[in-house]
Write a protein that binds this ligand. Sequence first.
Ligand code: SF4
Length: 343
Amino acid sequence: MIPVKTKHVIIPIFIPHKGCPFDCIFCNQKSISGQIEDISENKMREVIEAHISTLSKGAFVEIGFYGGSFTGIEKELQIRYLQIANEYIQKGFVQGVRLSTRPDYITPSILEYLKAYHVNTIELGVQSMDEEVLRMSCRGHSVQDVIRSSGLIHGAGIRLGIQTMIGLPGDNREKSIETAKSVILLKPEILRIYPTLVVKNTFLEKLYHEGKYSPLSLEEAVDLCAELLEMYEASQINVIRVGLQATDNISEGRDIVAGPFHPAFRQLVQSRLVLKTIEEIIQKKGLENSEGIAIYTDLGNISDVVGQKRVNIETLKRKYHFKTVKIIENKDRKMQIFVEKTN
Ligand code: SF4
């Protein structure tokens, strides 16, 4: 367990496409991980030590193996990578290991050695809990694999992470919401939501150019993610990422051909959620016909209240014909929003 209030740092080690014989329709791991070559042991040590040299005292540090299906790599290599990570655990620089893998690559015997090498978090690439979406995305595993592996991970006392996607072929808003409901039942500790992007050199790119696949618009993706984020947060699930990280390779016009990419996607989603809260208060207090409103919130929340390019303020003015929408800092009431009418 990560101590409360401790800074949590993950040292990411990308293992692009390692161990994965599958070709999911959306995936080009080599683009996503931002590197083409397999990582050598020396490079791995270099990455770890470069991170360690910048760490502040008292941080909870994990080495994270991402980018492929770790437990699909030949076992000897998995053990080699884990041994290197464990050297830094023994020296006291690192407290644990986390990794991502496929739901069908988890068995009791795999979990046994992962635990022995201090793997304390496993993130499963679940993507959807709808069989048709899994099939159309060529995932090669079933919903049952997800349920089985999640149970095994919990049973081994390892933290469960789940990665989901929206906007896959065959998916729609209702299926994404049903997926979230099913995922909540699996009780993951951490969760990621990725809107599907059309990445170069994937089968999805081919379908897109043939007019057989249309990605979600940015507006659709933000709106749906806001609803999903609200569901997960209401279930006390820590959503650690919404949207891909903008790296050099993952930016529009380079590896992304189409799709709802935005460098500050999560902020768009959080800001949409805040707008929803403000509108609920307006309706509850019957402020729809006021001349104007004042929104009280703490400093840390102001940018989400205003929204990028003042989108929330403009939306409220347009929708309710408010002449003024004032934002007032409220130092006493942290992370809460109060709305009052103004004359
Ligand atoms: S299982 Fe993961 S790494 Fe393999 S093709 Fe699918 S998304 Fe890519």
